[in-house]
Design a protein around this ligand. Structure first.
Ligand SMILES: [Zn+2]
Length: 457
């Protein structure tokens, strides 16, 4: 059989059977083609057992066509099912058993002859994840490109031809938050009710956590990437403690957070027995607890299978200019002078603050019709402001509503850079993901040693 025929057979819809070969007529009647050195010309009738299982198992069997996988000796397992009853006769317990049926099963082992030759490439990409209040932001990077260029910029998604950077909504998060809100507004003194609520909440949390884990795994699978997550989850405004618990659970799936036995065991089970991977060429500086610094001789980066990074400032820094407008604003002192156009002088550059919306009625109408939120455009009036007031306007300008009214983001899902010479605006969680990727590289990675090991100059 030629390689073309083999490839064709692998592509065609097919089923796999094992011919049982008993003297008695056991098994299902099968009609099929016998495939040996050559394909049989005639359809053969026989009796056997159909092989069933998950598609990756069946795909493995299909590889027997190309010789990558070989079938080993199969085993017939007969499970006898009994109906039993415990009776007492003169005070003596007696077990009565009656055979009901016999369930045959077939165990067919397969052996993978040679491992796939092309490298999996899982370590060449990383996906940075920001766990946001309503959505999760993601940014995909090429590790080798970063080492080569020194720039931590998301790759172009081959599917969409756009930057592999965005946000995904998690339906469960909204359900969870609404549930908590509903319960708060409906506080009951009935302990039975609140007990039921707590049980329900725990179930909901577990299901939201697995939804998030699944989405992150899907991103990793799609981009063939390992995940980088924030190592500690900040306190959220809306979902409060519940969302913290969910995200803590999510992070523990990918990152070594608190090495308690229960968490290690749970992770090991999730990753089918594996615990830790070493990156083939990324080198990290070990964390020194007493000095709280990354010093010392770089070692291969450990993955669990993800890596963690401290999220400080990742949601506040502008991805375009790298500055944190709110931080600059805070350092201006108690009294702040605002000039015309909402402009403020700072040592890091001019800031522009807004105080509201000043659009023509027609613009508002059009935006409503297009289901779009308009950005703030009314500059803060000139004058002197105290620190608290200026900070409030800064925050309002810095985080605004999503452009799209139908977006599932929170009322603060759009980031707006405060610097007048930048004014970058983007999805806040998507931007935070870029910053998480950048922070991972600047905080953890020993660039020169990694470049050397990766063979990148
Ligand atoms: Zn900026």
């Amino acid at each position: 059989m030629g390689p073309g025929q083999k490839a064709l057979l692998a592509q065609l819809p097919h089923d796999w059977y094992v011919k049982l070969g008993f003297r008695k007529e056991a098994g299902q009647a099968i009609e099929g083609l016998h495939i040996g050195k050559k394909i049989a010309k005639k359809i053969k009738k026989t009796r056997g057992a159909r092989l069933m299982g998950p598609s990756n198992f069946l795909n493995q069997i299909t590889q027997t066509l190309t010789g990558g996988v070989v079938g080993k000796e199969w085993m017939l397992i007969l499970d006898w099912v009994f109906k039993n009853k415990l009776v007492f006769e003169d005070g003596v317990p007696l077990l009565q058993a009656q055979p009901l049926r016999c369930e045959p099963r077939l165990a067919v082992p397969f052996e993978q002859k040679d491992l796939p030759k092309e490298s999996v490439g899982l370590f060449d990409h990383m996906v940075a994840i920001d766990l946001g209040e309503r959505e999760i932001g993601y940014a995909v990077f090429s590790v080798k490109d970063i080492l080569q260029t020194g720039e931590v910029t998301p790759i172009i998604d081959p599917l969409t031809q756009q930057a592999a950077n965005g946000a995904i909504s998690i339906a469960g998060v909204r359900v969870l938050i609404n549930d908590v809100k509903g319960h708060r507004s409906n506080q009951s003194t009935n302990s039975k009710l609140s007990q039921n609520f707590n049980t329900r909440l725990e179930k909901l949390r577990n299901s939201v956590a697995s939804e998030v884990v699944q989405k992150i795994e899907a991103l990793c699978a799609r981009f063939n990437a390992f995940p980088v997550l924030e190592s500690s989850v900040v306190n959220f405004q809306t979902g409060s403690r519940q969302l913290d618990l969910v995200y803590g659970d999510v992070v523990r799936h990918f990152v070594m957070l608190d090495p308690t036995k229960a968490h290690i065991d749970a992770r090991k089970e999730h990753w089918m027995g594996a615990e830790m991977w070493k990156h083939p060429y990324l080198m990290a500086r070990p964390f020194d607890r007493p000095t709280r610094k990354r010093t010392g001789k770089p070692v291969p980066l450990n993955l669990f299978p993800g890596a963690g990074v401290h999220p400080a400032e990742t949601s506040k820094k502008c991805t375009k200019c790298g500055r944190n407008g709110l931080l600059v604003l805070r350092d201006l002192g108690e009294k702040v002078q605002v000039m015309d156009g909402g402009l403020l002088e700072t040592p890091d550059g001019q800031l522009r603050l807004m105080s509201g919306w000043a659009y023509a009625e027609a613009d508002f109408k059009r935006a409503r019709r297009d289901k779009r939120n308009l950005p703030m455009n009314k500059p803060l009036a000139a004058g002197q402001y105290n620190q608290a007031a200026i900070h409030r306007f800064g925050k309002q300008t810095n985080r605004q509503k999503a452009f799209d009214m139908r977006s599932s983001g929170s009322s603060q899902s759009r980031f707006q850079c405060l610097f007048a010479d930048c004014m970058a605006t983007y999805h806040a969680d998507a931007g935070a993901a870029i910053n998480i990727g950048r922070k991972f590289f600047t905080d953890k990675i020993a660039w020169e040693e990694s470049r050397l090991k990766a063979g990148v100059r």
